[in-house]
Ligand binder design. Structure first.
Ligand code: PMP
Length: 381
């Protein structure tokens, strides 16, 4: 056993028959990388056992909560936006330039982490109804945090507009440069998934994938992955997982966001009404636009279903995920049921439940006790 443990794992030793099974060396870890940036990407893809067994499909989760900087899929996007801005001379490392962003939290945490690593300042604007642990974490990272009252994008005080204006004011004041990262419209976002998540999933699945399922917050993930996979696998089904209150479900299914009740005489639009954080929008962003023609289907997921799925995954598999990942898993199961047994469905586990303790998980309650744990009950929650 000692020998097995001391063998460098990257050499992929063939396990000897005498080794107890638990100590068999797994395929090797990646080589040494440069800085925390090097810990982004190459996340595991694993079989979600309970959902696969129940559906007769292979439901695979991309463990994006294992990205090493901000611990979510947004690490890829933050790094891509910063690196492209550096290439264009908009940002200079260790210059004290300030990065501004409007975010539900995850992108801000990734940007604030990478800002520290690269010698920038970070100023993050986020809606005040998002889980408090996200803004607490941002403060610990030394970011300036504005918690902005939730408001539609067409209003000046919307969190995204606030970040844009602050960046402009900063640059105009000649105190150094203010860079508005602009994850919704900045196409460095979907390109990060086109160049990272997409090829990783394809390689991990050795080219055998029947469906890819993801929610859209900016649309970067679904567009980037779809743009990579669809030309290689023309028969793949790309499915949007959309939380209640989001307009994209109708956009995909019927071509219009007709549940957008524009208030009379104004261009105001209602907010997405859900406790799910990070996904659901009521407009077509540049990043959703980039892949929207490739999205074949959409599944609408209620908060109750997401809460039940999150609890289920802890109880059955020991997987502790955030709200958007729970939405993705409901949509993955529905896709499995639609396609029938024997298919392989890949979805994204964007962040951990620890980012959602005070809001989503507070509603989900504690796991255990006399709960009905049939998958049908989760889907009908
Ligand atoms: N999950 C979480 C937790 C997020 O923060 C986001 C991004 N806002 C997403 C999923 C959605 O990803 P995308 O922006 O690529 O659509």
């Amino acid at each position: 056993c000692k020998e097995a443990l001391s063998t460098p794992r990257h050499e992929n030793p063939t396990p000897s028959k005498s080794e107890p099974e638990g100590l068999v060396a797994r395929p090797g870890p990646p080589a040494i990388v440069e800085g925390i940036e090097g810990c982004i990407g190459n996340t595991p893809l694993f079989r979600i056992k309970s959902l696969s067994d129940e559906t007769g499909c292979e439901i695979l989760g991309k463990a994006e909560f294992l990205n090493g900087a901000g611990q979510s899929s947004k690490d890829r996007v933050a790094l891509s936006m910063i690196e492209i801005a550096e290439e264009q001379g908009i940002l200079t490392p260790h210059s004290g330039d300030t990065i501004y962003e409007g975010t539900s939290g995850s992108t801000g945490i990734s940007l604030a982490t990478l800002a520290r690593a690269k010698g920038y300042l970070a100023h993050i604007c986020m809606p005040s109804d998002q889980a408090i642990e996200k803004s607490n974490l941002l403060l610990k990272l030394g970011a300036i945090v504005d918690r902005v009252p939730p408001a539609p994008i067409v209003e000046k005080e919307n969190f995204v507009n606030r970040a844009r204006t602050l960046a402009q004011t900063h640059t105009a004041s000649s105190q150094g440069r203010g860079f508005f990262a602009d994850q919704f419209e900045n196409e460095a976002n979907w390109r990060a998934h086109y160049g990272g998540s997409g090829p990783e999933i394809y390689a991990q699945c050795e080219g055998r994938i029947d469906a890819f399922v993801a929610g859209a917050g900016t649309g970067g993930t679904i567009s980037g992955v779809a743009r990579y996979l669809k030309p290689l696998l023309p028969k793949i089904t790309i499915v949007l997982a959309d939380p209640q209150g989001s307009g994209l479900y109708n956009r995909v299914r019927f071509g219009v966001m007709f549940d957008l009740k524009e208030r009379e005489g104004t261009r105001r639009r209602p907010q997405v009404d859900t406790i799910v954080e990070g996904i659901g929008i009521n407009r077509v962003t540049a990043n959703f636009e980039a892949g929207k023609e490739l999205v074949d289907d959409a599944v609408r997921v209620t908060d109750a279903q997401a809460l039940a799925m999150a609890r289920w995954l802890v109880e059955k598999d020991g997987i502790f995920i955030g709200s958007s990942s729970a939405v993705n898993c409901i949509a993955a199961v529905k896709t499995a049921q639609k396609l029938g047994p024997g298919h392989r469905i890949v979805t994204v586990l964007s962040d951990s439940g620890s980012r959602h303790l005070s809001r989503f998980w507070a509603k989900a309650g504690d796991v255990g006790g006399a709960v009905d744990t049939r998958l049908e009950s989760v889907l009908n929650a």
